[in-house]
Design a protein around this ligand. Structure first.
Ligand SMILES: CCCCCCCCCCCCC[C@@H](O)CC(=O)SCCNC(=O)CCNC(=O)[C@H](O)C(C)(C)COP(=O)(O)OP(=O)(O)OC[C@H]1O[C@@H](n2cnc3c(N)ncnc32)[C@H](O)[C@@H]1OP(=O)(O)O
Length: 359
């Protein structure tokens, strides 16, 4: 049996050298690293048939003496670890490349690609370690179930309102404006009372929403519903009720199903787009309709003295609630500005996240 030199292919990463020795069914392998030189000896089937094969390779830079090797039916794979984490210009000490050595294009990466591969590996490891450090919430299923049911009930409630108002608008035309409150108020009361949960949910950490925007939203609407419409009979047959209720429900028939899908980790792109876009025209229109309702109610509060604040005699008999409403009008526009900014940020965050995922 002759002793021949096998064909060897190599590739590197920042921390390792990979060698592929082209001998199949290798046996009696003797592979070691001494004085930074790898010595290989073994029998097997190579380019020139069954033979004894050997080679030695002095590395350009220091490597760790312990090596890993694995013999397969087709080749012998050797992994050598570099002493220092760095990129080598070439593999062997001698400047001229040994004839038996060639790049392993199956594993070959240039330095920047190898860096990227390393970064991706590190990110993956970090993610796994962060995930394993965060304790699993034992009530997650219960929380999701509760949120799903909450969103479902709200969705059904607001859908009923929206569909009912739309059908009545088609059938009765303008006439439907005047008795919106009497047909819709009970369900709206129910939905808006239930919506108080939207302030409680973030406070309990059940959803990742900022507390303030939810508070502004829920309290702002409930003020209009219970104080302006609910307590003033003269407001209840005004067309403005139709516009306020229609604008609220038109938003919610997209928002709640979006949350329902989020509870079951599902996304429907069109719905996501609608949830984060429809508020752009509807929010200012909603606030405008609410402002009209407040302005219309002022004269009723003045005439009826309902909710007026008693004053000491020297200052007059009482202070009309309409003064409070002037202040509320200011709050309404501040609330609009604050929530508009919040929703704009949420929209950008959502669509930026989606773009990043797509890349
Ligand atoms: C008497 C005292 C009064 C004091 C207040 C005075 C100020 C008055 C100003 C009032 C202005 C209000 C006017 C308003 O009434 C007019 C209208 O409504 S007009 C109609 C148009 N309106 C809208 O479009 C607003 C709709 N409302 C909202 O969008 C929300 O209520 C709001 C809080 C404003 C924003 O929502 P949020 O911060 O929750 O954003 P996200 O939807 O992106 O959610 C964040 C993450 O939390 C998850 N989440 C939230 N809720 C749920 C839920 N119920 N179930 C499951 N998951 C939920 C959501 O999935 C997000 O998670 P991720 O980031 O992982 O996707």
């Amino acid at each position: 049996m002759q002793t021949l030199t096998p064909q060897v292919f190599w590739a590197q990463r920042h921390g390792e050298i990979y060698l592929r020795v082209e001998i199949s069914d290798a046996k009696n392998l003797d592979i070691s690293v001494q004085e930074n030189t790898l010595r290989f000896r073994g029998q097997g089937h190579g380019a020139k048939g069954e033979n004894e094969y050997e080679f030695s390779l002095e590395f350009l830079n220091p490597v760790k003496p312990e090596i890993k090797h694995k013999s397969t039916q087709r080749q012998v794979n050797i992994t050598v670890r570099k002493q220092k984490h760095c990129w080598w210009d070439r593999l062997s000490m001698q400047e001229k490349k040994p004839v038996f050595l060639a790049p392993d294009f199956d594993r070959w990466l240039d330095e920047s690609d190898a860096e990227m591969e390393l970064r991706q590996k590190e990110e993956k490891i970090n993610k796994i370690s962060i995930e394993s450090r965060i304790p699993k919430d034992p009530y997650l299923g219960l929380k999701k179930g509760y949120l799903f049911m909450y969103n479902l009930v709200q969705f059904l409630g607001f859908s009923w309102i929206f569909v009912n108002m739309t059908v009545r608008l088609f059938i009765l035309g303008e006439d439907s404006f005047y008795d919106t409150f009497h047909t819709i108020a009970d369900v709206m009361y129910f939905c808006q009372m239930l919506a108080i949960a939207e302030v409680i949910n973030p406070a309990l950490g059940l959803v990742k929403t900022a507390l303030m925007p939810s508070f502004i939203q829920v309290m702002g609407r409930n003020f209009i519903l219970f104080v302006i419409f609910g307590s003033l009979e003269d407001m209840q047959n005004k067309p403005v009720v139709f516009f306020v209720f229609y604008l609220w429900s038109a938003t919610e028939i997209f928002r709640y199903p979006f949350y329902m899908l989020a509870c079951i980790d599902t996304e429907w792109k069109t719905l996501t787009w609608l949830r984060y876009t429809i508020w752009i025209p509807l929010y200012p229109l909603g606030v405008l309709a609410e402002a009209v309702a407040i302005i219309q109610s002022m004269s009723i509060f003045n005439d009826t003295k309902f909710l007026s604040i008693p004053l000491p005699e020297v200052l007059g008999s009482s202070l009309s609630f309409s003064y409070v409403l002037h202040l509320y009008l200011l709050l309404l526009f501040l609330g609009l500005f604050s929530n508009f900014r919040h929703l704009y940020k949420q929209r950008r965050r959502r669509f930026r996240m989606k773009k990043r995922k797509a890349n």
